[in-house]
Ligand binder design. Sequence first.
Ligand code: AMP
Length: 395
Amino acid sequence: MKTVEDFNFKGKKALIRVDFNVPLNDQLEVTDTTRIEAAKPTIIKVLEDGGSCILMSHLGRPKAKENEFSLRHILSKTAEILGVTVKFAEDCIGSAAEEAAQALQPGEILLLENLRYHDQEQQGDSNFAEQLATLGDVYVNDAFGTAHRAHASTAIIAKFFPENKCFGLLLASEIKNVRKVLEEGKSPVTAIIGGAKVSSKITVIENILAKIDHLIVGGGMAFTFIKAQGGNIGSSLVEEDKQELALEILEKAKAKNVRVHLPIDVITADSFSEFATTDSEPADAIPAGWMGLDAGEKTRQQFADIIAESKTILWNGPVGVFEMEPFAQGTIAIGNAIAKATENGAFSLVGGGDSVAAVKQFGFENNVSYVSTGGGAMLEMLEGKTLPGIQAILE
Ligand code: AMP
């Protein structure tokens, strides 16, 4: 796996695909700088070698060239984070980009305007990719958030750099950390899969079954399993048409000696609201009109015990409606248990969807081994898919 560490960028222009798709507020100010900070190590490595950086990214989903999607809005924040002045090209291809790229000196950074101002980016257009490719000497992909897309700048462009292409440090560490769980995970390996729906996690569960010892199923999706086994789940979230599949997963897990843990008790509510009246009930005996919105106390203890014994932990999806304060305790308990296990030497990876938001919200970010930066991309890696952005560099 070639990374920027394998290149000396002295006198070279690194054309780096970053994921600067950051949230902006109404004043068009950056409200979360995580993604810019995540790209910093790669950029600094190139600059310290004596090279220059041409950064390309998308921002949002522009239909035309709307001002609100201009990467100009993130220019000053990027410069502040990197500690270097950042130049800007009004377009990512054509004379504006070419002239700015040509004038770039070692130690300098150029940010190109939103790639998605051109439809050809998402179409994976080869001519567009070739025009981008003329700007730099080495292609670096550090955009994990879009690595699951076969877009011009994330995958197609790589063919124009047969020898001079590599992974950025962020993308490389995302790959390494997934491998630490799925390929090199020390036993016992535990996966905690939560979230709203079984349907969005089925492929993940099927792919990881061969690699884990314990599967903890929490959150809304647990009720499809519980109902399929004959439990009464009241008006809890359920995917009626996925019950068969839930039973099949349980069979497959059994055949592979994976121990599956479902909630035993749940915090119930009489409506989907933080002001609802709440109670605690066995997970398979929820009265009509009530819904399970969080893991109950016994469940939290049981899940925590399994996590405490684990050497490798993967967490994807909250075990309750953590966005509402009365139903956040289960998710907090999981975070605490993982933090403790990590302190005791376990490797823990949090990634793929809302668990990352939960980890940040409750302050566990620095108490787990690795928090992934890409929701969809991480999910597809856990599903065992080869991501186009990764494949293009490996080819
Ligand atoms: P996902 O994006 O699939 O990881 O799902 C995350 C969402 O699942 C969060 O917004 C949670 O509020 C929601 N969720 C978790 N537990 C439940 C539950 N018991 N009932 C309904 N929604 C839930």
